[in-house]
Every structure is written in structure tokens, then in C-alpha cells.
Write a protein that binds this ligand. Structure first.
Ligand SMILES: [Zn+2]
Length: 51
């Protein structure tokens, strides 16, 4: 069984789980995309401020 670490309670939980069974933390499936969008936005703002 594949597992992943819960970022909230650091417990190994089933990789298929959407919600941590230990602390009810909700795993966001789109977190990676949202993070890259945020990084891109920061870069664009920095470039705008510099030039
Ligand atoms: Zn948890």
C-alpha cells in the first residue's frame, strides 16, 4: 500500500486518502498547480517593479 505523510500531524496515511484519518487534514490535489501559479505571479510582479 502506498502511503504519504500528513503535513499536519506527520503520520503516514493511505496515499489514496483525501482526508487524514488521524487529524482530518484535507489533502489538496491541486496544491502543486496553485503553488506554481503563485510563484509565477510573484515573479511577474517582481519584474514589473524592477523594470
Ligand atoms: Zn493528519
Amino acid at each position: 500500500m502506498k502511503t504519504k505523510e500528513c503535513p499536519s500531524c506527520a503520520m503516514e496515511v493511505d496515499a489514496e486518502s483525501k482526508i487524514c484519518p488521524v487529524c482530518s487534514y484535507e489533502f489538496a490535489e491541486t496544491s502543486t498547480l496553485a503553488r506554481w501559479t503563485a510563484i509565477l505571479l510573484v515573479v511577474v510582479i517582481l519584474l514589473y517593479l524592477l523594470f
